[in-house]
Design a protein around this ligand. Sequence first.
Ligand code: ACO
Length: 326
Amino acid sequence: MGVAITGTGSYLPEIKLTNRDMEMMVDTSDEWIITRTGIKERRICPKGKASSDLGVEASLRAIADSGIKKEDIDFIICATITADMYFPSTACIIQKKLGLENIPAFDFQAACSGFIYGLEIAKGLILGCGYKNGLVIASECMSRLTDYTDRSTCVLLGDGAGAAIISYSKEEGILDSYLASNGSYGNLLYTPGGGSLKSSSFEVIEKRMNFMKMEGSTLFKIAIHSMSEAVLKILEKNNLKKEDISLIIPHQANLRIIAGVAKNLDIPLEKFFINIEKYGNMSAACVPVALDEAVKSGKIKKGDLIILVAFGAGLTWASNLIRWVK
Ligand code: ACO
């Protein structure tokens, strides 16, 4: 007996922001964005909608995919750095929109590594508390944290949501996880204003402190190193060779980062699932959206061993070793 992923779902808002659109907003070019990042377009959540709305749609698809009734869900957890509001939690807002009551629901955040942390949290809740089915959501409206006058960040980010049903299962599916973080790198990627340190004010807005700040080139090197480490650690811990892995689902921050990890590990790039060209970096939502697309396009088959791997603000970095049992 163990814990396994029994359903996946994803949702991308319809509005597209293409590289041509970006050319009209900042001093950039389609050619620069494609060659430096691999991104062609990203999705934008419409005004009046929020992370919970994207999360609900992804959740409904994951519930349908798993074949359970929504009333069979025992808890809801949501990874997001773009919560609808300070409180209540986005997970509770999703709970209400799904028409569910009297089950635990809470948010947590590990930035782009959120979904990978979430699978391990869900496994712990199922094994430790006796729950049968959990809904793990990663939903992000990165457009709300994006400074569309800053060409070094605005071309990278997009909105979307992914979800999974995690269930107590006859077969072990979530085999192992490697979770890491190092807060001393926090200044490389952060939003200075709008939190409890510098709450919303005229000064915060005027100085654009409510938008994400990033040291891109330093992060680039750390990302390659930390994602490579997360893959190697989980292989070592489980006495596996890289050849045993059918597919790696990486965080989609930059195609050159994914290619750097592939080169570092001496694993062919074809073994990495890549969809960055369509959506850009959706923080925690990247991995579950890619997982759902990989499953639905037949790239993952029953019995396959796969690795999910990400890095993000914190800094955090993490991996899951998954056997696909569905
Ligand atoms: N269009 C045109 N030129 C640009 C753009 C742009 N959109 N952005 C930057 N440039 C320029 C720079 O100004 C610089 O010009 P200069 O040489 O005249 O000073 C030049 O391009 C090179 O800039 P670099 O920053 O060295 O470019 P680099 O090749 O490193 O690519 C990038 C920048 C894409 C940001 C890369 O460093 C990267 O992907 N870093 C990691 C980002 C990341 O993963 N962030 C974390 C995710 S976000 C999250 O977790 C929520």
